[in-house]
Structures are given as C-alpha cells and as structure tokens.
Design a binder for this molecule. Structure first.
Ligand code: XLS
Ligand code: MG
Length: 344
C-alpha cells in the first residue's frame, strides 16, 4: 500500500468556531457545504457525521428523509462519501445522565429511538457504519448507577441497533473519561469483549482514537494492533495528546512523532485500508487560529501521516531486524530516532 491508497476523512466538528468551556466562539461558523469543499480541496474522500450534522433531531418525522437526501446530494456534488453516522446522544436534556445507561426506562427508550433515527440517516447517506461514542454512559459518582445492569443496557442498545438494520456495523469509540468522571466500557478491550456478546459479533468492532488511548495510559499503536488481530479495527481517529488532561485533539504527531510513527507503521504493516477502512483525523484547530487558516490542522495531520507512511515503506527492515535478532535495543532505539530525524 502506498500513501496515496489511504482514504481520509474528518467530521464537520473538526472545522469549528473555537468555543471551549471557558470562552465563546472566536471564529465564524462555516456552513456544511463549505466544509465539504475544504475537505475536497485537501484531498479527503469522506466526511463523518453526527446524526444531527445531517438532520436536526427535532426535524419533523415527515421531513427527515428529504433533509438527509439533501445532504447526500451535497456529498455527491463534492465528490465525497459519508464514512459513518454517530448518534449525538449526549446533548439532549433527556440524556443528562447518559441515555443508554440511564436509570429511567423512559430515557433509555429515547436512546433507542434516537439510535434508530441515526441509522435511518446513515442509510440515506449511504454508509453502513454507526460510530458509538457513548459520551455520558458512565457516572459522576459511582453510587448513582448499577454497573452490572449498565453493562446489560449497553448490550441491549447494541443488539437493538443490529436488529433494526441487518447491514449495520457498529464501531465503538471508547474513551475513559470526559465528560463523565468515569465511563463504562472505557477501553477498546472492553468494547471488544462486549462485541462477542452481541447477537451478531461479526458486525461489532471498534474505532480507535489516539488521544483516547493516551488518556488511558496506553500506547495507541498497541491498541490498534490488538483490534487488528481481532479483525475489528474498522476506523481510526488519529490525533495527539499532551499527557493526561482533557481530550486535546491536537494535530496528529504534533506531540510525539515516534508514537505517531508506530501507529502509522502498524496500520501500513497490517494492510489497514484495504477493506474500506478510512483514516479519520479527529483534530481541532488551536483557538488562536484566524478564520482563513482554521483548517491547516487537517492539512498538517494528513501530511504528517503521509510522510510517516513513506518512512514506514522505506525504512530498512533488515537493519531493524538485525538489532531485534541481536537483542541490541539501544541500537534499535537509535535507528528509529535517526529515521524519524531523516538521518537514516
Ligand atoms: C469525542 C469523540 C467524538 C467522536 C464522534 O471525544 O472523539 O468527537 O469522535 O462522536
Ligand atoms: Mg473521535
């Protein structure tokens, strides 16, 4: 696989106004058609969606199809495809305490309805993938929910979605915290275990975000390798993260180039992308960026990925192996660093 064979995607939320919990927007909102144009100009092939990026959840039932079709047309006009649809089940007032694992059965019913509406949108946008980032499925204080029952609610939700559409695939995007203090199913491993309990395990897999692994104290490339071994790495959200704090969504490779290389290398070496998997870049522009340059984080992340693909394809594997065989890891360490510094 050469770098050009990878397909790239990003969501509308990756071109954003810069609002954060401590301050208002600093840039103008960009309409979705313009975002599509930006992605196209950057040579992206896919756009990712939350359900309400395409159709607001309060849209009238009779109008939902028309609105979704309009977005599909817009994608076609820009030569883009939808990679996935993720139900944004964390903003509605009913979902304050995590809709899928809410104690109130009425709220859990809303989660199911909302999930099904997201599947309808996905169908019209032409994707069979639902990403499940269960943002509020956890607790602020541990005593507020029953964790064993919560696990069953998560499985019930997954099964209901699989039932609703026989072609649907679910990609769990796990994260250990934020907005919750502690999340249920915090890691890839948890979601993979859950996938085998689902009524059709072959349709349940994961999307791994670099920053989420780092927040778990894990190496993203090892998480990716584990999911690849299961045949269940169906999406990635590449980005970077400076230590254990809020989810920073920094440009890919901007904090730790070696960690980025290891992710690219595991993807390249295991033919990621040859079965329709896409390289998603879940990166945010710094708040300091002015409007006209507030997409460079996407361009830069893609470029870093592509250069690291070249490194991975051209690195001297024989020399690499010779250090492994001799158990000379000091030399191996130097070899990798010299390659990353362009001094191979
Ligand atoms: C948040 C997630 C989110 C998902 C899509 O931490 O990264 O943006 O990727 O719902
Ligand atoms: Mg993400």
């Amino acid at each position: 696989m050469t770098s050009t064979q990878f397909k790239f995607s990003a969501g509308p939320w990756n071109i954003h106004t810069g609002a954060d919990p401590f301050g208002p927007p600093v840039r103008d909102e960009v309409v979705i058609a313009r975002k599509m144009q930006i992605l196209r100009d950057l040579d992206f092939d896919y756009m990712q969606f939350h359900d309400d990026d395409a159709v607001p959840d309060n849209a009238h039932a009779s109008d939902r199809e028309r609105q979704a079709k309009k977005v599909k047309q817009m994608l076609d006009d820009h030569g883009l495809e939808a990679e996935f649809v993720a139900p944004r089940i964390w903003e509605d007032p009913r979902t304050i305490d995590g809709p899928i694992t809410a104690n109130d059965p009425e709220v859990r019913r809303y989660a199911l309805e909302r999930g099904k509406r997201a599947v309808d949108v996905a169908r019209i946008l032409g994707t069979d993938r639902m990403v499940l980032w269960p943002a509020r499925e956890g607790t602020y204080i541990r005593e507020s929910k029953k964790p064993v029952e919560a696990s069953q609610h998560m499985l019930d939700f997954i099964d209901a979605m699989l039932d609703y559409d026989p072609n649907l695939r679910i990609l769990g995007e796990m994260k250990p915290n934020e907005p919750m203090d502690q999340m249920y199913l915090p890691s890839t491993g948890h979601m993979l275990a859950m996938s085998y309990k689902a009524k059709d395990p072959s349709r349940v897999g994961v999307l791994i975000e670099s920053a989420h692994s780092i927040l778990l104290g894990l190496d993203p490339s090892d998480e990716m390798a584990y999911a690849l071994w299961h045949g269940k790495l169906w999406g990635v959200h590449l980005n970077d993260q400076n230590g254990l704090k809020f989810d920073e969504d920094k440009a890919f490779g901007s904090v730790n180039l070696r960690r980025a290389f290891n992710q690219v290398d595991v993807l390249v070496q295991n033919n990621y992308g040859t079965h329709g998997e896409v390289v998603g870049l879940d990166v945010k522009a710094m708040r300091t960026q002015k409007d006209d340059v507030a997409f460079h984080h996407l361009r830069n992340s893609k470029e870093t990925f592509e250069i690291l693909v070249e490194v991975s394809l051209n690195i001297d594997r024989q020399e690499w192996q010779s250090y492994v065989a001799a158990r000379d890891y000091e030399s191996l360490d130097r070899f990798i660093i010299r390659n990353l510094m362009g001094r191979a």
